[in-house]
Design a protein around this ligand. Structure first.
Ligand SMILES: Cc1cc2nc3c(=O)[nH]c(=O)nc-3n(C[C@H](O)[C@H](O)[C@H](O)COP(=O)(O)OP(=O)(O)OC[C@H]3O[C@@H](n4cnc5c(N)ncnc54)[C@H](O)[C@@H]3O)c2cc1C
Length: 432
């Protein structure tokens, strides 16, 4: 029986492990092992809602061990440090508990087929001070750090304002990057600032005193959308009181400020870097062809060019589709690639056709009641712009679709109801 090891239990990796476990694992055709550095899975496109306090990651996270036992795969917790392609083993770092005690020593797992689904990390583009002084949204821990700093920052600014004597009372938050992550976070933060004022957590004016700025190097927000939709998103953010500064390239980040290439300084108590992603450093250590973003070059079969036993999917893969061009680092690409590999690996009669990416469009949330984006039609690939509440509803369905892939329709429906009830019973912003 061959062993298929999947490294990374994110949008692509967990779906693949679940599908393969259900088919090949349960049928005894393959041993499927999922490896991740964390014990739980959280769907990355919702990380901005953890940062704003809207969602509690503890409630929404999926326990890998429980998912594994239900769906016929094994879970091994640990950070993969390297892959020996000669002996076909992945090496894991020791698992260290929060109190510093070693739970498990360094170890290795053998594979017949290896799938790399490592996702991406923030790209700082070498901007001086960025790595030292900014926060990022790469994982739940970082999103939680942002939330805590945001809530604490509002409380501190409120206390300083009450003490008086300040020229410019309030708090400054700078988001570098006007792509989907930056825009979605800014909109959610603006709503959270209002809710915190309503709860009397702070006594700041949520618009005048919680100053949120987006600095975008290009001339428009959301460059992947039609300019009309980008302008619509910018208008929506400005109506919320968010300052949108386009054609503003960041030159340096200091402890309390961001400086642009024109010499302007933007005060910043919290700086969030959302200017782009690249594949994790591990991808460049495997002796496989990578692009300048360290993404592993894969053939239409999603196999690494130099090693047919190694596959890469999601953000860490560089697949150039003959029809659609380069596949973007999106959850929908990771999902499609997971579906494809589930039909290729560990099957009695594997799929022979190459992977073909289909762009179903792109939706960007602008807060609880609005979104903007395009949907791509099935016939001729025509794009349909969508906005407002309808687009927001469609945006919410993306997460439900992910849940359905992992749990099936019945459990997804039950969770949707449970989430709705929980939302009614819990505070609108997580405070602790
Ligand atoms: C705020 C935000 C909003 C987004 N919104 C959207 C959206 O609206 N639509 C969309 O399509 N996409 C969106 N994206 C992008 C989307 O989240 C990613 O494209 C998608 O998650 C990629 O899936 P993946 O499986 O490649 O990697 P991930 O989902 O990032 O998973 C990678 C996994 O690998 C694990 N891992 C990494 N390195 C190691 C290691 N060395 N050892 C062990 N485990 C490791 C990580 O812990 C993680 O669990 C958004 C991203 C962010 C941050």
């Amino acid at each position: 029986m061959e062993t298929i090891v999947i490294v990374g239990g994110g949008a692509g990796g967990l779906e693949l492990a679940t599908r393969l476990g259900n088919s090949a694992g349960k049928a005894g055709r393959a041993r499927v092992v999922l490896v991740d550095r964390w014990p739980t899975h959280f769907w990355k496109p919702l990380l901005h809602t953890v940062a704003s306090g809207k969602h509690d990651p503890q409630v929404m996270a999926i326990d890998y061990a429980a998912q594994a036992s239900e769906h016929g795969f094994e879970f091994a917790r640990g950070e993969v440090l390297g892959v020996d392609r000669e002996t076909r083993r992945v090496s894991l770092a020791p698992w260290i508990a929060d109190d510093g005690a070693e739970v498990l020593p360094a170890r290795s797992i053998g594979y017949d087929k290896l799938v790399l689904a490592l996702g991406s990390v923030t790209n700082f583009f070498g901007v001086p001070g960025a790595e030292q002084h900014v926060l990022t949204l790469d994982d739940v821990a970082q999103a939680e750090t942002f939330r805590q700093r945001f809530v604490d920052g509002c409380i501190q600014a409120s206390a300083r304002q009450a003490a008086g004597g300040q020229l410019n009372p309030g708090i400054d938050i700078v988001i570098v990057g006007g792509g989907a992550t930056g825009v979605e976070l800014a909109a959610e933060l603006s709503h959270s600032a209002r809710t915190l004022a309503k709860y009397n957590v702070h006594a700041l004016d949520p618009v005048r005193h919680v100053r949120i700025r987006i600095l975008e190097r290009g001339s428009l927000l959301l460059p992947h959308l039609h300019p009309r939709l980008s302008k619509r998103a910018a208008r929506h953010l400005r109506a919320l009181g968010i300052k949108v500064l386009t054609d503003t390239a960041v030159a340096r980040v200091d402890g309390g400020a961001v400086l642009d290439t024109e010499g302007c300084t933007y005060p910043s108590a919290i700086t969030l870097w959302a200017a782009g992603v690249e594949a994790p450093p591990l991808c460049a250590t495997l002796g496989l062809t990578t692009n300048p973003l360290r993404q592993i070059a894969v053939a239409p079969s999603l196999q690494a060019l130099e090693d047919p036993d190694v596959y890469a999917i999601g953000d860490c893969a560089n697949f150039v589709c003959p029809i659609m061009g380069k596949v973007p680092p999106r959850a929908q690409a990771a999902h499609q690639q997971a579906m494809y590999l589930a039909q290729v690996l560990g099957q009695a009669s594997p799929l022979k056709a190459p992977f073909a990416y289909r762009d179903y469009g792109s939706l960007v949330s602008l807060g609880p009641l609005a979104a903007v984006g395009v949907l791509t039609g099935t016939a001729g690939g025509r794009k349909y712009p969508v906005g407002g509440v309808l687009a927001r509803l469609l945006y919410s369905l993306m997460y439900r679709k992910h849940q359905m892939a992992l749990h099936g329709v019945v459990r997804m429906s039950a969770q949707t109801v449970a989430d709705w009830i929980r939302q009614k019973l819990s505070p609108a912003v997580k405070l602790h």
